[in-house]
Ligand binder design. Structure first.
Ligand SMILES: *Cc1c(COP(=O)(O)O)cnc(C)c1O
Length: 360
């Protein structure tokens, strides 16, 4: 067992850890030392990039990302375990999702191996920014975008794949569970649109409603489907689950919700617990009739939803230690933090001996 953080002598912690007030960490941008950059010309494929000091980019004012929103992001975490290992959680899944988004937005993309290698390199190059166990995680942000100039027609001459990382603490600060507002005016995604990929164009168009909900005291919003306005889709950046008896339901993957890696993992763990899991259309009425509601995501992990407000009416749900959400949170974080044996093969351990050694 590593000594608890409080007892680490300052001189030691200075070497192992960056000078961060870990207990004050929220979920925000924090500049770290290094990032990964790879570029790719039109018609070529991504070659191995390199680790460079974290710095601002120089970018053409006419770039595809700035003018037409051609960009994708990913989000995953590196965890420091109590016995000093560094772990990633299912990075291959993020790589595959980036690839499907790149296909949708007409961009070339890194191979799964190159993606995972880039993530590992960024974590190791920013090792001292990985919070002590229990104090937070290193959030890793891979982005892929059209960096070359395009005014009239395709092709975009150049693409950039970058990975940077920030230490983070809790995403949602509401310990007693989230209070959501069902958004009935703005829709997040439409059938055949880009809701199913992590396109950067999915987020700022709905900030207006998130800002309004937060100003009204809500923690987050719950979007309805654009086609009918009757069914629940997801939160701003996390997936939603409802529990009734032995049945757990979550909106099916139909192109308008983001296929979360956490969602996929939670479905499996919930089935392991003996629940029946249904991926289906979830009408608002079903959600309001549920006993328990929770959301999942890399940032949110598994977070209980205490209430949902729809057209002025507030419905409350079960919260606390006895919820399925609490049990799932404990099980998932035990696997992610290396506290239990990972029988699923979901975690990937990093060591300093990790060499990219990959062929492209
Ligand atoms: C990223 C994201 C999620 C959660 O995905 P994870 O892979 O679990 O982090 C859910 N919904 C939206 C809209 C997202 O952007």
């Amino acid at each position: 067992m590593a000594p608890s953080v409080q007892t680490l002598p300052t001189s030691v912690s200075d070497e192992i850890y960056a000078n961060v007030k870990w207990e004050e960490l929220g979920f925000g941008f924090y500049r770290t030392d290094n990032m990964y950059v790879a570029k790719c010309k039109h018609g070529e494929s991504f070659q191995e990039g390199s680790i460079v000091p974290y710095a601002d980019f120089q970018i053409s004012p006419c770039s595809a990302v700035l003018n037409y929103g051609q960009g994708l992001y990913e989000g995953l975490k590196a965890y420091r375990t109590e016995d000093g290992r560094i772990m990633l959680f299912r990075p291959d899944q993020n790589a595959l999702r980036l690839q499907s988004g790149a296909h949708r937005l007409c961009m070339p993309y890194p191979s799964v191996d190159q993606f995972v290698s880039a993530v590992k390199q960024v974590v190791l190059a920013n090792k001292k920014w990985i919070p002590p166990p229990g104090r937070g995680t290193l959030y890793i942000r891979p982005i892929l975008f059209g960096s070359g100039p395009i005014l009239g027609s395709l092709p975009v001459p150049e693409y950039t794949f970058t990975v940077f990382a920030c230490p983070v603490g809790r995403f949602h600060q509401d310990n007693a569970g989230l209070n959501l507002k069902i958004e009935d005016k703005f829709r997040r995604a439409f059938p055949s649109g880009t809701g199913g990929v992590k396109s950067i164009t999915n987020y700022s168009p709905v900030w207006i409603t998130l800002a309004e909900a937060k100003a009204q005291g809500f923690s987050d919003v719950l979007f309805l489907d654009a086609a009918t306005g009757k069914n629940v889709e997801e939160l701003f950046a996390s997936n939603v689950f409802i529990v009734k008896g032995n049945v757990v339901s979550t909106p099916e993957i139909s192109g308008t919700i983001l296929p979360g890696v956490t969602r996929k993992s939670i479905i499996e763990l919930t089935r392991d617990f003996g629940y029946k899991v249904e991926e289906r259309i979830v009408p608002v009425e079903d959600l309001l009739d549920a006993e328990e509601v929770f959301c999942t995501g890399t940032a949110a992990i598994v977070t209980t939803i205490a209430s949902v407000t729809f057209k002025e009416t507030k419905t409350e749900f079960k919260t606390g230690d006895k919820t399925l959400a609490a049990k799932l949170f404990a099980t998932l974080t035990d696997i992610q933090m290396g506290r239990v044996e990972d029988k699923k093969g979901w975690t990937m351990e990093l060591t300093d001996a990790t060499t990219p050694g990959l062929k492209f």
